[in-house]
Design a protein around this ligand. Structure first.
Ligand SMILES: [Zn+2]
Length: 162
């Protein structure tokens, strides 16, 4: 992993901490963050129709069953769409030039799309790009968030689940 990758991870951790520092987690999302803290991606899976959905909701959006549970997914996904931020989102937040945001569809959850940052440069990006889902701790919080790392990129961390 290059120094640039380490720096990007630290920037994201600081940014997430700035944004989420005082946020109280919605109880519906608690299971998601319990898994991300263990470097696992888990999404709601319906006990009746077996479909995965995102975001967590009281009832399955496919069949309206209230019977769903957290299902751990393989951390592979493909980029559905992406964008590069080139302006400051909030005067209190740092400017992260070239910051990439994407929607990625986990391989085990067709049709469900997670939003997250990509540890890559814009020239690496493409719709359909294969990514590994890794995790970054939000500085000063107990929250860990998923980030997307191109499978062919140089930012993956040895030891993280892939
Ligand atoms: Zn269902």
């Amino acid at each position: 992993m290059t120094n640039e990758c380490v720096e990007k991870r630290e920037q994201l951790g600081q940014l997430y901490g700035s944004v989420l520092g005082s946020t109280e987690v919605d109880p519906l999302f608690r299971g998601f963050f319990d898994h991300t803290r263990r470097n696992e991606l888990a999404m709601p899976r319906c006990g009746r129709c077996r479909m995965v959905h995102w975001y967590p909701a009281l009832r399955c959006p496919h069949c309206a069953s209230p019977d769903w549970h957290w299902s751990v997914m393989a951390p592979q996904a493909t980029v559905f769409t992406w964008s590069v931020l080139r302006h400051q989102l909030d005067p209190l937040l740092p400017v992260l030039e070239g910051h990439i945001v994407a929607l990625a569809e986990p391989l085990e959850a067709p049709g469900a799309r997670l939003v997250g940052n990509v540890l890559a440069t814009p020239s690496d990006m493409a719709v359909g790009l294969d990514v590994t889902i890794e995790f970054v701790e939000a500085a000063g919080t107990e929250l860990t968030l998923p980030v997307f790392v191109p499978c062919a990129g140089s930012c993956s961390v040895p030891g993280q689940r892939s």
